[in-house]
Structure formats: C-alpha cells, structure tokens
Design a protein around this ligand. Structure first.
Ligand code: WT7
Length: 645
C-alpha cells in the first residue's frame, strides 16, 4: 500500500516548518534543563524554583522545578483577570443545546472561590483527597480548580463507572468528601448518579460529606448530616478565597487507570511540571491562538479532559468547550452543530467517534458551515487511514491540519504527535516526538533498536515534566510497572514501529491492557468480574479488531463442572450483566464463548496469543502449541468458535 504524505500547513501553527521543529527539538536534547527552564516561565510562580530537574529513571524518582511555589488555580484563573476578565473561559454545551452557558474568567474565578470555601467549610485541608463523581457540568470544573486552590488532591471518577468501581477508588485514595450530582443527563437519558454514589458509600467510615449538584429537579433522598446540596452550600460562601502557595511537586490529582494486572491504579500527577507541559503542548501542538474557540470532546473523567479541557487551555487563557452530551444526540450531527454555532477553530476527539460518525453517512455534514475549523486532533487509539481521510476531507474540507496525538494517563500530556505547521503527516502515524521527549524502541531482550525501519516496544529514555510521579499508595507498583521491564527507561506498554523516515506508528498495547473505544481496560479486572458470575469456573479475555470500537472484548468462559449445556445462553447473558455491574458498560464483552478449557502452559499461564488468533478467525496462525499442558483444548475452542461466531 502506498501511503500519502500530507505536507504541513505552514503558517497555521506556532512552529514554522520542519527546520524550526528540528532546531527546537535539538536544543531540548542538548540542554533539557535550559529548555524546560525557559518553557516554565509561561507559568506564574509565587516563588522561583532552584533546580529544574532532579533524579532520573534509574531510581524512578524525578522532581521538576524543586523549590518553586505556585498555584495551579491561580495560573488558570487569577492571572487572567487583568486582561481576560470578561473573556469566556468555559462554554458549557448542555445535553439540551438550548441550555448552553458562557462562563467568563471572572465568573469562573468567583465560582471556584466559592467552591473552595465550601470544601474548607467541610474540613478539607491541603493534601486531603476529594473524589469527584460528576457528569460534564460546570461544577466539575469548579471542584477541580477549587481543590487545587486549597491544595486538596482531586480524583475524578468517570460518571459511567459502577458503584463498585467508585467505591474501590474512594477507598484507595481515602477521600473524605465526594462531589456528585443527583442525576446526570446524557443523550436525553438520565443517570442515577446519587443512587450509585449512595451504594458506593455504604458504611464508609472515613467519609465526611457528600456534596450534591442539583442537575435535575428529581426528588433525591439525602442522608442527614452527610449529604448537602451544593448550590445551597455555595450560596453561603464568599466569592473570594486566597490561593495556597503549593510546592511544584505537591500532588495535584490522582486519576485511576487500568493496568495489566490487579485493580486500577491511582496515577499521581504533581503541580508545576504537569501544568507547564499541559499548557505548552496545548499551545504548540494545536497552534492555539488567543481568540480561538477550542473544543475537546473527551470526558473529564479521563486524562484527556484533565489536561486538554481544563488545565492546559485554562492556563493559556483559552475559551474551552465542556460538552455534556454525546455526538449522536439529538442527531449524529451534534459536533458539527457545535462547531457551527460556536465557531470552533480547534477540535479534538477520538478515532472511535470519527468511525461511528462516518458510519452514519456524510449527509449529517451536508449544509454545515465548518469553515471556522483550522486544526483537528485525535487521541486514544491508533487511527486507521480510512477514518483519517474522512476526517481530513469531510470534516476538515482538506484545509485543516490533523494531529494524531499519542500519549497516556501516565504521561500527563502529548508525547508523540505532529505539530501544526511543522511536520508533514502520514495518516495513521503519530509522526515525531514532542520537544524534550526521547522515544526509543527495544526488542524483547531489552536491547535498544537504533536506526530506522525497526519495530519494538516503545520506551521513553528521559524524564519529562508531566510524567506521573507515583501510584497512589503503592510506589513499588509504580517502579515495577514502568521502570523494571527495561531498566533505565520508562516502559509505555505499547508496541511501535519507526519507519524508514523516522516516523512512529503505534501498533497497540503489548501487555494485557485493552483499548476499547479509546478507553483503557485491564483483562485481569474483567476476568475477575466474569469469574464472580454464577456457574463460571474461569475465563480469559482478549481483544479483537472491531470496526467502530477499534478493539472489541472477547471473553472465553469455562463453566463449573455441574453446569448443564442448556446454561450456555444464560451464562453468556449474565456474564455481560455482571461486568456492566462490576465495572462499567464500556467493559462489557462483545462476544462470550463458552469453552471446555483454556489453553495453558504447564506452569498454568493462559496463552492469550492463541485466543487472540482464534477470536480473529486466524485458525491457521496459532503458532507453536507444544508448550501447552493440553494441546487438545485448542481444537475444542476452535470448534466452538467456528460453530458459534
Ligand atoms: C493508551 C493510553 C492519552 C489519552 C487517552 C488515552 C493508546 C493513545 C494514541 C494514539 C495510538 C494511542 C496507547 C496508550 N493511545 N493515543 N494517538 N495512537 N494509540 O489514555 O487511557 O492512558 O491510554 O492509549 O495504547 O498506551 P490512556
């Protein structure tokens, strides 16, 4: 297949052409400390740092901007008030388009201060954890910024997660206050958030308060002494609250994400380095300009929303859109409606959304004025060239730059990505590393693969300011997960090819993590849930190619000895229900196949490679089966798959 190359649209960005990219990249390589020292000047520091960077990957302990004092909320709000007080900070695009609100920097500042005072009144102090279980409502932004204003650590839990998942996260981070809503509204449907939250909080001793946003008029049972309406609490507070002087390395937030084993881990980000990197990449990669209307369609429950709806854009004084609904509501032209109504210049979404919209047909774009668009971004999973081309032609009208941004919850910001106006782009490639980022590829023996046209495991060789500092409560797991596989390097968990021109192509996870519609899920957590379903003895979960989701979930399930064959359909159904209840709808298996046994090595390890090939119908490519404890198992699975799928 020949791959088209799309030249950079020079003049659309902050970096002009490849020469400037290369010069800047090399400068950052030559003297990273001088480079990041310069970049960090974009923030307002209450007190200057004495050291740009300390530590490296050999002991996995890295600090950025030590000695520096700043406040993230001050950087996102107060410092803009002189010049941007009346500028819109957040356009809140509600589920019902008619309810849209514009929130200016001045208003946002006042609401955040009020919220900060509410938290203080509820006993929240510097270093305390606040769990946020909210849909995409303005109070979500108020609470996050209020936490950083007083030095509390927020942990946002995506409002699609189950009561059990929420409870696990509350317990793990030891939150004393939870902020939720009575109900959520999404795509015209009601989410019973308070009810879920109540189940999650049952019997939690450490919990002081539940603050409830009144999103709908529905009757909501409130627990006396524990639950409080947020609008009442905020009304009772002053709209002024001083910003704490935080250390650059003070924790900013915890965000849970799935790993290849065990329960989700609380990835911890800190203040100075994170904000420096989020704001700098937001401006540079997208070529952000002062009067742009910026729309990132992610949910703030994921890192994309943290870095590129809230922190990056607000630190840059941007107008950022917060979208409560779905791209399909009321019709599959909602994004284009938003672009047209608000005059969006920069639009950022996931490949899965692009594929889903393309599948609805081009008629939903017809007659829409999308001429305000200049930059289109994607994130979360590899984008297939067809989806890329559709995005480029139909949404961007061939005028817009596309940036395919590769990064992770742990990296805090974009790592490998085109930069608008700088590099030529090939559909499907995240192209080149951002300044200060040194990607390397290693083979399975941990040997560094130099030169071009090589494929291996993607690692990062040097610290960058927004890297995660630890896993909450489990620093050993942090060291083990990221720094033990290839000593001296940060291991991303992704496979990657560097092509003959040095461009990077992410090939997907090489560990037991699945990326379903851009959402990250661990096979181990899904299996644990399936195994708790009635009549299930054991299970194995693998990913398989899925036209819209990118990766679908395939579950192989072994029943207990006393199960009847008539139980098969019942179990398939109950397994899917169980996972939805335990984790979330996004983790629900697309396919469930009952099998008589799983392919295991003699030491009992499940050979997922074989299961993946079967799920892909590649029966002839199962590879070497001689290391299996019982090679006959495979034949049975192939038969069952052939008959049922
Ligand atoms: C994993 C991280 C970064 C915010 C959203 C996901 C995959 C992410 C790309 C991309 C190919 C991508 C990787 C990565 N991924 N962006 N542009 N091309 N793959 O964050 O939930 O932490 O997931 O998403 O596999 O490791 P996350």
């Amino acid at each position: 297949m020949t791959i088209d190359i799309f030249p950079a649209k020079e003049g659309q960005g902050r970096i002009h052409g490849m020469r400037e990219y290369q010069q800047t990249y090399e400068a950052a390589q030559r003297d990273p400390n001088a480079f990041w020292d310069r970049v960090a000047q974009r923030l307002t520091w209450f007190h200057p740092y004495h050291t740009v960077r300390e530590g490296d990957f050999t002991d996995g302990s890295v600090n950025w901007f030590s000695g520096g004092r700043l406040n993230v909320s001050f950087n996102c709000l107060d410092r803009h008030l002189k010049t941007r007080a009346e500028k819109t900070a957040i356009i809140w695009e509600a589920d019902n388009p008619a309810d849209t609100q514009h929130i200016s920097y001045k208003q946002l500042h006042r609401e955040v201060c009020r919220m900060a005072n509410v938290l203080l009144a509820h006993g929240v102090r510097k270093g305390d954890r606040v769990c946020i279980y909210l849909p995409m409502v303005p109070e979500l932004a108020y609470t996050m910024l209020a936490c950083c204003r007083i030095g509390a650590i927020h942990s946002v839990v995506f409002a699609g997660f189950s009561a059990d998942s929420l409870r696990d996260r509350i317990l793990d981070c030891g939150a004393r206050v939870i902020v939720t809503a009575n109900e959520g509204l999404r795509g015209g449907r009601v989410l019973p958030l308070k009810q879920i939250c109540d189940r999650a909080c049952e019997g939690l001793a450490k919990l002081d308060s539940v603050l409830v946003v009144r999103r709908t008029e529905a009757d909501t049972p409130m627990v006396e002494g524990r639950d409080h309406w947020l609008h009442e609490a905020m009304k009772a507070q002053r709209a002024y609250c001083p910003a704490e002087w935080m250390h650059a390395e003070d924790p900013l937030f915890i965000l849970y994400t799935s790993g290849s084993t065990g329960k989700p881990k609380g990835v911890l980000h800190t203040s100075g380095g994170y904000l420096t990197y989020a704001s700098y990449t937001h401006e540079t990669v997208f070529g952000y300009r002062e009067n742009d209307i910026y729309f990132c369609a992610a949910d703030i429950g994921w890192i994309t929303g943290h870095s590129y709806i809230i922190y990056g854009p607000l630190a840059n004084g941007a107008t950022t859109i917060m979208f409560e609904s779905t791209p399909m509501f009321p019709n599959p032209d909602r994004y284009w409606d938003i672009v047209e109504r608000h005059g969006v210049n920069i639009f950022y979404t996931a490949p899965t959304a692009i594929r889903a919209l393309a599948a609805k047909g081009d008629q939903w774009l017809e007659g829409r004025d999308l001429s305000s668009l200049r930059v289109l971004g994607t994130v979360g999973e590899p984008i297939n060239p067809e989806a890329w081309q559709w995005y480029y032609d139909k949404v961007g009208g061939g005028r817009c730059s596309i940036v395919d941004t590769w990064w992770q919850t742990e990296t805090g910001g974009m790592m490998i990505t085109p930069i608008v106006g700088a590099n030529p782009v090939k559909p499907g490639s995240a192209t080149l590393p951002f300044f200060g980022v040194e990607p390397i590829l290693v083979n399975e023996h941990g040997e560094r693969l130099d030169g071009n046209d090589v494929t291996g495991h993607l690692c990062i060789a040097k610290p960058w300011p927004s890297m995660a500092r630890t896993i909450w409560g489990d620093h050993e797991r942090y060291l083990h997960t990221y720094f033990s596989t290839y000593p001296g390097y940060y291991f991303t968990g992704d496979g990657c090819r560097r092509d003959e021109h040095g461009n990077y192509w992410i090939t997907g996870r090489v560990d037991d993590v699945l990326n379903v519609s851009g959402h990250r899920l661990g096979t181990a957590e899904i299996e644990a849930s399936i195994n708790s379903a009635e009549l299930v003895a054991e299970s194995a979960v693998v990913g398989f190619p899925h036209a819209i989701k990118g990766t679908g979930i395939f579950a192989y399930v072994v029943l207990q000895a006393d199960a009847e064959s008539s139980d098969h359909d019942v179990v398939s159904f109950s397994v899917r229900e169980q996972v939805t209840r335990d984790i979330s709808k996004i983790a629900r298996p697309d396919e469930v196949l009952i099998v008589s046994g799983l392919p295991k090595t003699r030491s009992g390890k499940i050979m997922r490679r074989i299961l993946r090939k079967i799920a892909e119908h590649e029966y002839e490519k199962l590879g070497n089966l001689t290391t299996l404890a019982d090679p006959n198992v495979v034949e049975h699975i192939v038969e069952a798959h052939h008959e049922n799928c």
